[in-house]
Design a protein around this ligand. Structure first.
Ligand code: PNS
Length: 164
């Protein structure tokens, strides 16, 4: 039996926010190995490519020894099995996140009965924060300082062509 506890934190991370990093840091101490998995998302038109999103995550999680940054397509339940993960980590911000997350957690467990979903409550200062909010601020020329890690602010400014 594999004693090593692996969890997956999946998402679009378009781009990574301070809210995501808070969840990553907290989950990284709960599991032996944490795979942060960037989803190839066909539905949404992303601001950053999967490569760029992975690069942002790598740069901003450098000090954390048990983190791996990967990407995946297809079903999360299958990817978790392939990676030997026993848990999916999700951040919950508000009651409005709950219904959808509950539905996904149940579907994922049905697809992979060995897979459980662990919800971490957001830290209060990130209640309002999402990648969509960050992109909206950035495209309208607002400052995203305090929303995303300092190390990626210039990448966002370059992409939107607005200097915030
Ligand atoms: O950051 P996001 O966009 O909220 O992340 C959504 C994500 C990647 C967690 C979700 O879309 C997902 O798990 N996609 C994989 C496809 C899948 O397994 N779908 C069935 C889940 S019930």
């Amino acid at each position: 039996m594999n004693e090593m506890k692996t969890a997956i934190y999946p998402g679009s991370f378009d781009p990574v926010t301070l809210g995501h990093l808070d969840i990553i840091r907290r989950a990284s101490v709960m599991f032996d190995r944490l795979i942060v998995a960037v989803m190839h998302n066909q539905n949404k038109q992303p601001m950053f490519s999967v490569r760029e999103r992975m690069d942002f995550l790598r740069r901003t999680t450098e000090g954390l020894p048990n983190i791996e940054i990967t990407s995946f397509g297809g079903l999360l339940a299958d990817y978790a099995k392939q990676q030997g993960a026993c848990a999916v980590v999700k951040g919950l911000r508000a009651v409005s996140d709950f219904e959808y997350e509950f539905q996904m957690a149940l579907a994922n467990r049905k697809l992979n009965p060995e897979l459980d979903t662990v919800f971490l409550m957001t830290s209060a200062e990130y209640m309002y924060l999402s990648s969509s909010v960050v992109k909206d601020i950035a495209v309208h020329g607002g400052s995203v300082a305090g929303f995303v890690p300092d190390g990626i602010i210039q990448d966002i400014v370059r992409r939107t062509g607005k200097d915030g």
